[in-house]
Unconditional design. Structure first.
Length: 251
């Protein structure tokens, strides 16, 4: 891997962002800021603290433009609209060709896909992350991230349910019931948050619960999982189970 370019996180790119932000805020103070993302659910959730930082520092709402080709984004609107920062959620036909790299290519002009905007940010992985993902993504644009960000789930009842986030986890937790991942993401997140036992793999629902401040019963790490420390600052609060079982289908 080649070293990161000096412009990422440098004072120069931070100064460039500050100048551009001043110009956009002066000319378009009411226009939402567009944030695009072509990655999978967990990768996207990890960038919400950056969007929150933009909202809190600029006082302009966020219009999320997500890849239609990733099915879970069709169920994410209710969760995002519950957040104070969200103006709208739009699914676009970004030409995503490689999900393994967090959605590549991730750089797209939303104006070409039907969203008229003067200011937008492409949040994605320019290379494989080597540090905390919100920080890694933010430095490319010279922005920050909201270290106090908490994802809102709204009210949820406590239940006697024992749930797993993915069906393949039934081998480890045979007494549990898997979530229906075709259902609304907010509804599933609330079920997990209120369940008597909530067992998650390192999937999108883990990231949602983590940023909502919810501690699941156990977090199961499978061989294909990425380094969890790149995505969470709450590892000491979790009971982590490392599973030496490959659950990915062979190609």
């Amino acid at each position: 891997m080649t070293p990161l370019g000096p412009r990422y996180g440098s004072p120069l790119i931070q100064a460039r962002y500050s100048c551009q932000a001043w110009w956009h805020d002066a000319r378009h103070p009411q226009e939402p800021i567009v944030v695009t993302h072509c990655g999978k659910l967990g990768d996207f959730i990890a960038t919400l603290p950056i969007a929150s930082w933009l909202f809190r520092t600029r006082r302009r709402k966020i219009h999320f433009a997500l890849a239609r080709s990733f099915a879970p984004f069709a169920q994410i609107e209710s969760l995002l609209l519950l957040q104070d920062m969200t103006h709208a959620v739009t699914l676009l036909d970004f030409p995503v060709v490689d999900w393994e790299k967090g959605g590549e290519p991730y750089i797209h002009d939303p104006n070409r896909f039907g969203i008229a905007t003067s200011e937008y940010y492409n949040f994605g992985f320019r290379r494989t992350p080597r540090r905390f993902v919100p920080e890694y993504v933010a430095e490319e644009h010279g922005v920050g991230y909201d270290s106090e960000f908490r994802l809102k789930l709204g009210d949820f009842p406590g239940t006697a349910e024992v749930l797993v986030s993915d069906e393949h986890m039934l081998v480890e937790v045979p007494h549990a019931k898997p979530l229906d991942l075709t259902q609304d993401i907010l509804a599933n997140a609330r079920r997990m948050a209120g369940a008597r036992e909530a067992h998650v793999s390192q999937s999108g629902l883990f990231h949602i619960l983590d940023w909502a401040g919810i501690t699941p019963t156990r977090v199961y790490i499978y061989p294909h999982s990425v380094n969890i420390h790149l995505f969470s600052r709450r590892l000491s609060e979790f009971e982590i189970v490392n599973v030496q079982r490959d659950v990915r289908p062979r190609k």
